[in-house]
Design a protein around this ligand. Structure first.
Ligand code: ADP
Length: 617
């Protein structure tokens, strides 16, 4: 598509350039021809003037002979050889002085009676030239002019004849033969060929030697016979010049072609090809002067101008195409920019929409977050409550054990105090003191138990602080001491030499540990030799406590729902299903984790992972 369009444009350019060239050629040729015409006219005037001047110089000469009495006497009286000789001598001198070809005098019969060339063997004297038209014209009209070729010597010349009249009648004719060779020669140096044709259309004068005595128009047989009679052209062949008219321009100007027959260039100008021929009649003669101006230069100039015009048109066309292409390109760019702007605006609109959406979503999210935070707070509060409830539940569970634990020392206290009184009465102060010391010890122990309970039940501060983990485990085990003893469980535990210290809340941690150990004891309830393995492991910045029992392990359901609140497999009244859920929450708060799994060799393993306190890693 694009290709064919480009081709069409190129073709259009070429056609336009061609037409412009043609038009320029035509115009330039017309202008050139017009210019040539003006120059030609000028030349015509110039050449005509020079010819007239040349002929005019001698026009009066034959007539002046009638002023010579001797000439008149010779013509009118008896012609003695002596008188003829004198006149001939006179004519000879006159001829020399005037620079003419010959001067001679004829009687009324046309016979030459005296001639300037009388001394030469081919003298005219005695010749009968009555057949020459100039003689007849002079006899008839008083003067005659004639261009012809001499019959004696064959020299072309211009004959000027004048009747010599006596007092009453014409006595004879005087003739001056003038050579126009000099004039011809001067023409040969001009820029364009020039020719003079006589009334018969025969070229009598021309700077181009080859053109002389050629005919401009065809001659019929009668005319040729007349020429033979008058011997005007002395039996010259009179071949046609071969000039063919192509186009007429008016005012004697026409476009002609001269066939190349013979030399093509004479002197400095070509003599064949296309010419602008301009003719005019020469006043006082029946002749026609023709100037031929070469058209080659005009053609060359027209061709050059045509080429320039074609190039200019092609350039303009190309320029127009370039401008058009550039405009199209600009239009495309503009369209592309508009499209881009549109897309940009659309994008901005969408972004704006989305921003609005986003800010709405953001607002929603913030609301949700706020909601979550509120829920979390509520949950935290509930959790705290639950922790507290859990603690109380543990206390409830432990109450029997605690009561038993306190009753024993209380009973011992009663016995010891009664005994102490009795020993004092007996004056056995030493034994009484020993009893009192024992009482103090028991009171201390009871104080420790109640202190631990108070600690456990107390709402925690929630503040993290470095907590010695083995110590916390000791506290938890101490709390469970009664249960441990009752179950007869063997507790395998060790504390690393470098006691791990974690950042947490000691009370809450103890609560977790009590829970884990309590669950383990529950799981092993009824076993003959329950055993509890408590082991520590450090790993980088964390410490892991593994609580492993040798019970039945975790069922599949228990494993998947272990940390679910209120999930319990224990009989109602025994378990709330809150222990692990609360413990996991507490451990998460410390930044740690709690996981439950089955040990490959049986039993459940609970792994409590806590981050070590800074400086204890
Ligand atoms: P509760 O002890 O009140 O049931 P917990 O959250 O402490 O609540 O425990 C949930 C359940 O997980 C228990 O009922 C029990 O089925 C199971 N479980 C916990 N610890 C062990 C363990 N060491 N061995 C076997 N099962 C256990």
């Amino acid at each position: 598509m694009f290709r064919s369009r480009s081709l069409a444009l190129l073709l259009f350019c070429a056609v336009l350039a061609g037409l412009s060239g043609l038009a320029a050629y035509r115009v330039a040729q017309r202008l050139g021809i017009a210019e040539l015409q003006a120059t030609g006219l000028h030349r015509l005037d110039l050449y005509a003037a020079s010819l007239e001047r040349e002929i005019g110089k001698y026009a009066f000469l034959p007539g002046t002979l009638s002023l010579e009495q001797e000439v008149l006497d010779l013509l009118s009286g008896p012609r003695g050889a002596e008188a003829a000789g004198r006149v001939s001598t006179y004519l000879e001198r006159l001829n020399e002085r005037a620079g003419t070809l010959a001067i001679y005098v004829m009687d009324t019969q046309g016979r030459v009676v005296a001639a300037s060339n009388w001394r030469r063997p081919d003298s005219f004297v005695g010749e009968d030239l009555s057949f020459r038209p100039y003689f007849r014209e002079a006899m008839a009209a008083g003067s005659g002019r004639f261009f012809g070729i001499g019959t004696t010597r064959g020299d072309p010349g211009y004959y000027l004849a004048a009747a010599l009249a006596g007092e009453q009648e014409v006595l004879g004719v005087a003739v001056v033969k003038v050579s126009l060779e000099q004039l011809e020669k001067s023409w040969s140096t001009v820029e364009a060929p020039v020719l003079v044709a006589d009334e018969n259309g025969v070229v009598i004068l021309s700077a181009v030697a080859g053109w002389k005595f050629t005919t401009l128009r065809p001659l019929d047989d009668n005319t040729r016979a007349a020429f033979d009679h008058s011997q005007q052209y002395n039996r010259r062949a009179l071949q046609p010049l071969g000039m063919r008219e192509i186009e007429g321009y008016g005012h004697g100007a026409r476009l002609v072609r001269i066939a190349a027959d013979g030399p093509q260039i004479v002197s400095v100008y070509p003599v064949s090809g296309r010419f602008l021929a301009q003719s005019r009649a020469l006043p006082g003669t029946p002749w026609t002067l023709t100037v031929l101006s070469q058209l080659e230069q005009v053609d060359d100039l027209a061709q050059t101008r045509a080429a320039l015009a074609a190039i200019a048109a092609a350039c303009l066309c190309m320029l127009a195409i370039i401008v058009a292409l550039r405009r199209r390109h600009l239009r495309h760019r503009l369209a592309a920019r508009e499209a881009l702007q549109k897309a940009h605006d659309e994008l901005e609109r969408k972004v704006e929409e989305r921003t609005v959406d986003l800010s709405a979503a953001n607002q929603k999210l913030q609301d949700e977050i706020a909601e979550r935070i509120r829920a979390e707070r509520t949950l935290r509060a509930a959790q705290d409550e639950l922790v507290q409830a859990g603690k109380l539940a543990v206390i409830g569970q432990l109450s029997t054990g605690i009561a038993h634990e306190l009753n024993q020392p209380l009973a011992a206290l009663r016995t010891l105090s009664a005994n102490a009184g009795r020993f004092l009465e007996r004056g056995d102060a030493g034994t009484a003191r020993a009893n009192l010391e024992r009482i103090a010890e028991l009171a201390d122990r009871m104080g420790r138990i109640t202190g631990q309970l108070r600690n456990f039940a107390r709402k925690s501060s929630g503040q993290s602080e470095p907590v010695r983990l083995c110590h916390a485990l000791d506290n938890a085990l101490a709390l469970l001491e009664a249960r441990l003893r009752r179950s007869g469980a063997a507790v395998e535990r060790s504390c690393p030499a470098d006691e791990p210290v974690a950042m947490c809340d000691a009370n809450r941690l103890e609560q977790v540990l009590v829970n884990l150990v309590g669950n383990a004891l529950d799981a092993m309830a009824g076993q003959a030799q329950p055993r509890l393995d408590l082991s520590w492991e450090r790993d980088g910045g964390v410490v892991r406590l593994r609580v492993r029992d040798h019970g039945p392990g975790l069922s599949d359901e228990a494993r998947s729902r272990l940390f679910e609140p209120f999930f319990t497999t224990k009989p109602a009244g025994d378990g709330l299903g809150l222990g692990l859920a609360i413990s996991a929450g507490i451990v998460r708060d410390f930044g740690g984790s709690l996981q439950g799994a089955n040990h490959p060799e049986g039993g459940a393993v609970f792994t409590l992972e806590l981050p070590l306190a800074p400086g204890h890693g």
